[in-house]
Design a binder for this molecule. Structure first.
Ligand code: AMP
Length: 282
């Protein structure tokens, strides 16, 4: 396994591999790896010959300086986990390497980033697009693997690739959960023991809402989810929206679309957790 920090070393290595005809699979991460990240690597192993994992806490996607400061980092542990999966290359650039000068690019995602995360984290997806477009340009992967946990991010990346006509196939991978249902996240390690005990209520409520929804309106379902989670007294819903899975725009009725997803962001103290559940898929 190679670990490189410069774009030049990265590109030299990739060029060699491409010359050998290897299919490059890419898994971008911000580190503090868990089984969710590893599932992307496992999917990349199935679909490609040479796996590149980037570990880079991208400052331009943090709209909250405290969140950036407290974001968990543990490179030694990450490296060990990736070594166990025989990942071929880890790219861990510095901020200066990725942003030698300020990135002033502004991306237009139409309505996709006007809702949910886009509404509550202004500039977040522009920062994601800045870093992902740079990484795609540097790694030139054949396939890139993203988790459906970040449902809106996946939609935005698909649009970015389409708009910029990037020759990369974006592969979405299912959410990996803790045994108690909590969606795995690097931020889970920031939860106090008490918050950690309460956090599984998010997934539990989402799953229960799948049954609740039959015979109920979209609005009744939204209210039920929000009230149940807020009712715990420990968790606070920032938003819960039931949306068209392609356009991400809220639906009023269950037959408004044949692809319907409920996306949620919840504060457990200062820690912000996201999750989603699919009500209808084609
Ligand atoms: P992050 O390090 O949080 O930026 O995440 C890197 C990638 O891992 C993104 O594509 C995430 O969607 C994905 N990911 C994070 N958590 C999970 C999870 N619990 N299940 C599946 N994928 C995940």
């Amino acid at each position: 396994m190679k670990i490189v920090t410069s774009i030049k070393e990265l590109q030299d290595e990739i060029k060699k591999q491409k010359k050998e005809g290897r299919v490059i699979g890419f898994v971008p991460t911000m580190g503090a790896l868990h089984e969710g990240h590893l599932s992307l690597v496992q999917e990349a192993r199935k679909q490609s010959d040479y796996i590149v994992v980037s570990i880079f806490v991208n400052p331009t996607q943090f709209n909250n300086p405290d969140d950036l400061k407290t974001y968990p980092r543990d490179l030694d542990r990450d490296v060990k986990m990736l070594k166990d999966l025989s990942v071929e290359l880890i790219f861990t650039p510095t901020v200066k390497e990725m942003y030698p000068e300020e990135d002033k690019r502004q991306f237009d995602f139409g309505m996709l980033d006007k809702v949910m995360e886009g509404k509550f984290r202004p500039g977040h997806f522009n920062g994601v697009a800045q870093v992902v477009s740079k990484l795609f340009d540097q790694v030139k992967p054949d396939k890139a693997f993203f988790g459906e946990k970040d449902f809106q991010q996946l939609a935005i990346i698909r649009k970015l690739v389409k708009d910029l006509k990037m020759p990369v196939e974006v592969v979405g991978c299912s959410i990996v959960r803790e045994p108690d249902g909590l969606a795995m996240s690097s931020r889970n390690q920031l939860l106090t023991p008490e918050m950690r005990k309460n956090a599984p209520l998010i997934a539990k409520t989402l799953f229960e809402s799948l049954n609740f929804a039959s015979g109920k309106t979209v609005k009744e379902t939204v209210d039920q989810v929000v009230n149940t989670i807020n009712g715990s007294g420990m968790l606070e819903v920032e938003y819960f929206e039931i949306v068209d899975g392609n356009t991400l725009q809220p639906v009023d009725k269950w037959d408004d679309s044949d692809y319907i997803v409920g996306c949620i962001a919840v504060f457990a103290g200062k820690v912000r957790l996201i999750d989603n559940v699919t009500y209808k898929y084609h």
